[in-house]
Design a protein around this ligand. Structure first.
Ligand code: HEC
Length: 128
């Protein structure tokens, strides 16, 4: 019985090794393709979340309900909320007349939208 094993192993080893190599290559390439996309996911998610949950009242960083309470840099500085963390906190918990959106934004959502709003404010809301 043991004498029959080596030829079998030899004939099976080659295609098997090729398959493992191919699988490894596919995995390597997909990780290589997916990693940069994951790194970019944060700003894109922030923009989409803003579009879905904030733009209704804060179109292009404005405020349709309370005209002075905009997301423009000057207004954020005046209100001492000029940081991504402070914006994220308001996005999650609300402020005055604005209710909190922590639940609909999901895990990490308020941080993503806070980062994005802060970037937009610093850039002067170029694309709003
Ligand atoms: C239904 C309308 C509405 C929506 C939707 C909304 N906001 Fe607001 N937001 C307001 C109002 C009204 C205020 C002013 C609150 C106050 O001071 O009484 C405000 C204030 C703010 C402020 C403070 C701005 C300042 O100059 O004082 C930030 C930051 C903010 N909102 C971020 C967000 C983000 C991020 C979202 C999306 C997750 C969002 N808001 C969604 C109505 C809204």
């Amino acid at each position: 019985m043991p004498a029959a094993a080596p030829p079998l192993a030899r004939s099976a080893a080659h295609p098997l090794r090729l398959a493992v190599l191919a699988l490894g290559l596919v995995l390597l390439v997909s990780v290589w393709l997916v990693l940069p996309a994951a790194a970019c996911a944060q700003p894109a998610a922030g923009a989409q979340l803003f579009e879905a949950h904030c733009a209704g009242c804060h179109l292009q960083g404005g405020n349709i309900i309370r005209r002075r309470k905009t997301l423009k840099l000057a207004a954020l500085e005046r209100e001492s909320i000029a940081s991504p963390e402070a914006i994220a906190a308001i996005a999650a918990a609300g402020l005055g007349q604005m209710s909190g959106y922590g639940e609909v934004l999901g895990p990490g959502g308020s941080e993503a939208v806070g980062d994005w709003v802060w970037q937009q404010a610093q850039a002067g809301w170029p694309r709003g």
